[in-house]
Design a protein around this ligand. Sequence first.
Ligand code: 4NP
Length: 162
Amino acid sequence: MPKQSILFVCLGNICRSPLAEGVFRAVLAERGMADDFLVDSAGMGDWHAGQAPDHRAIAVARANGLDISGQQARAITERDFERFDLILGMDRKNIRELQEIAPDAFRDRIHLFRDFAGGGAEEVPDPYFGDAAGFDETYRLIRAASEGLADRLAKPGRGKPA
Ligand code: 4NP
């Protein structure tokens, strides 16, 4: 069976989308669903291309048992729109800009992450110019949305582990 592919997108690909990539991977692994999905992340811009995630994102991941330090930032490319079944943006500006650059045929793959995950039409706000507490909140929002996304994408009948 072909894997479902999911791309998380934020502005710089050093804070929110690398966290989403790491957290969603962990949620899939906890549920025995990891083999069914290909997960990646990208930024709207290439300012941080090649860099590891922001140290505050690495720290909040580590505090929650995850190592995201090996990830490398990259900018989204036109090919991503055909490669990924789902393209999940963190905020409305991401969505607007993704809609602008997406080829027509693939525009319906673009969704607001928390909305698609069943958490209401809400953003994962940009924590970059805030403090460490902001990253705790970012982690909490991403963890909840990742659980919701895994619920939505779970095979019928497979159910959640107790
Ligand atoms: P991200 O956060 O989009 O969650 O990765 C940001 C990272 C970098 C910048 C802004 C937001 N920046 O302005 O460089």
